[in-house]
Design a protein. Structure first.
Ligand code: URA
Length: 274
């Protein structure tokens, strides 16, 4: 493909398909690898042990450290739970998460996106996962959808400085894809501890992933939004309001009317009116 215009078109197609990260230092032609003839395997001698199964996930070069998540999401999630339980402050939690090696997303992300705003706030917003802008800046909801969230928050007299904002996942999934179930399971102990440490009076669950994960509900956001539900902690319950994700509102502006009703419900609740 010598023509520069064709190369640019091919790159644009890759980016549009979500492949917008260089994962390896050198390009690797996996098509060529797949075309290589299979190597003949010697027949096992009677009594030989069966061949070991390859680990799940991407292949890891010999000698490289194996991210725990590639092998054992359960072990990674257990280790996240132990680490999170040992944190008594948000600084400790941020530090533990920055060093946690159990989620493969950490290796493709540029920054840990921990949280922003006032940790003493009465209200905590929880979104899904950082996008490209958040990954670059290390702050949640700073891209286009974050700017809409800022306006929604401002419309009820709050601000990014007076509220507290974070996400279910602290690392960007490459290409802004939806986080998979294993990634959410592994990182769940961190967001649970994060909520315990902030201990807000009210939670706002921004989008379907945050709502279904934290409320353990199977319904979609269309059914959950605008209803005061409860997020269960070991120490009690926090009223939680699922709302549409601002990225969804940007694609479906007709839903902004319902989103406004939800923000008013939050405003009234904060004012002790409901
Ligand atoms: N979408 C999210 O859910 N969180 C962010 O931080 C940015 C976009």
């Amino acid at each position: 493909m010598a023509n520069p215009a064709d190369r640019i078109a091919a790159l644009r197609w890759l980016v549009d398909s979500g492949a917008d990260e260089a994962v390896l230092a050198q390009p690797r032609d996996r098509f060529a690898e797949n075309k290589a003839p299979p190597r003949a395997r010697p027949a096992p001698a009677p009594g030989d042990a069966p061949p070991a199964k390859a680990p799940r996930g991407a292949s890891v070069p010999r000698g490289a450290s194996v991210p725990l998540a590639l092998e054992a999401p359960d072990a990674a999630s257990e280790s996240a739970r132990d680490l999170a339980a040992g944190c008594e402050t948000l600084d400790q939690l941020r530090d533990v998460m920055a060093r946690f090696d159990g989620c493969a997303l950490r290796h493709t992300a540029t920054n840990l996106v921990f949280g922003d705003g006032n940790p003493e706030s009465r209200v905590m917003f929880v979104g899904e996962a950082p996008g490209a802008d958040e990954d670059r800046q290390g702050l949640p909801f700073v891209g286009v959808s974050g700017q809409l969230l800022d306006r929604m928050i401002a419309a009820i007299g709050l601000s990014r400085k007076s509220a507290y904002i974070t996400n279910i996942l602290p690392w960007r999934p490459p290409g802004n894809r939806k986080p998979d179930a294993a990634e959410v399971t592994i990182c769940l102990p961190f967001i649970r501890r994060h909520i315990e440490l902030v201990a807000p009076e009210l939670l706002v669950l921004v989008g379907g992933t945050a709502a279904s994960t934290l409320l353990e509900r199977r319904e979609g956001i269309t059914r959950l939004r605008g209803r005061w539900l409860f997020y269960a902690l070991d120490s009690g319950e926090i009223p939680a309001l699922p709302i549409y994700h601002p990225a969804y509102l940007l694609r479906q502006p007709a839903l902004k009317r319902q989103a406004w009703q939800d923000m008013l419900a939050l405003k009234h609740r904060l004012a002790g009116m409901t």
